[in-house]
Ligand binder design. Sequence first.
Ligand code: C5P
Length: 406
Amino acid sequence: MALSGKRILLIVSGGIAAYKAAILVRRLKDAGATVVPILTKGGAQFITPLTLAGLAEHPVYEDLFSLKDEAEMGHIRLAREADLILVAPASADLIGRMANGLADDLASTTLLAADGPVAIAPSMNPVMWANPATQANVHALMSRGVLVWGPADGDMACGEIGSGRLTEPEELVVMAEAFFAPKPLAGKRALVTSGPTHEPVDPVRVMANRSSGQQGQAIAAALATAGADVTLVTGPVSLPPPVGVRVERVQTADEMLAAVQSALPADIAVFAAAVADWRPKDAASEKLKKQAGQDELELRFVRNPDILASIAQGEPRPGLVIGFAAETENLVENAQAKRRSKQVDWILANDVSGGAVFGAPDNAITLVRGEGADGVEAWPELSKSQVAKRLVNRLVEALEGGAKLP
Ligand code: C5P
């Protein structure tokens, strides 16, 4: 489990999202962490210490002046023994007190005494979040190395819409896991394409495909977790973007190529997008109308740029260029041919003859890295996130073995 052996001091401050701290404790425990909760006075208005203690299987600390807490574990020790202090939800008030070095309760005193990593997950009304005072406080904390995990956008409990929602507990756990994960790709720049492209037919219609973007997003997330600086160029998808990744959204293959080119140079480039090979020639400027008696419509198509090939053969060429090949027959032969003709380093080939790979959660990959049987590795059927992790492992091995990466 990714958080095994990690001790997380979870500070729960006041706010309607404090109830989510219960789920967060559960998820952190599920991931193997020891969770030591501190509940502020404000937090205790929204969630009871009993709930947190029960879920954490650990006493909850609340009172700076409680002799029992101090005797059992002083606030200095509380701060120092943690591998990570996570403030979730972090209210505007607590953020302000942190930024100004105040120490008037157990949470703020512990934070002031901390000399290890601290992350805050802000949660407040969007106007409070946007207020220059809050922004200045958050920037002051960031400049001192405090990690800021969120907030998310969306509907707020107060009925307003905007930025200020607590990052979902599941995402906070991913962020904590990423924080503790080894960073073998630190200092490397990675570029990932993902999703379908939409090629306009007329102002309201597009040519598209069923790519969900799951595989590319999983690869972008796994690269980021391994410490790479990742740019994800994605066509239209309904998935929320992965955390810790720079996201460029595009519609067409032409736009994708331009976004990819402006994200260069890169050490690693993974082309997982299902780019349309063709686009309608001269998309109509007005909506195409059906005429009375018309039974057929003819559209002419022109070739789209091959983004993978043009980056693999262009300058500056990424150190390692990785493509996908969806094949219905002669999987390895076709993947090898694609590797050679596009001048790609690695190809992840998948057999799509059975139908559902697009949008499905699993993928059976054959990794083709060189000529002959030695260059071919068949993977079992894996979830798309396992495929991503395995690919990143292979990248790290290649790096450590002194392979092509600059
Ligand atoms: O030629 P084919 O479409 O089978 O090649 C698949 C690989 O090429 C994938 O990695 C895909 O992302 C990439 N590709 C591309 N631009 C295109 C077509 C495919 O980058 N126009």
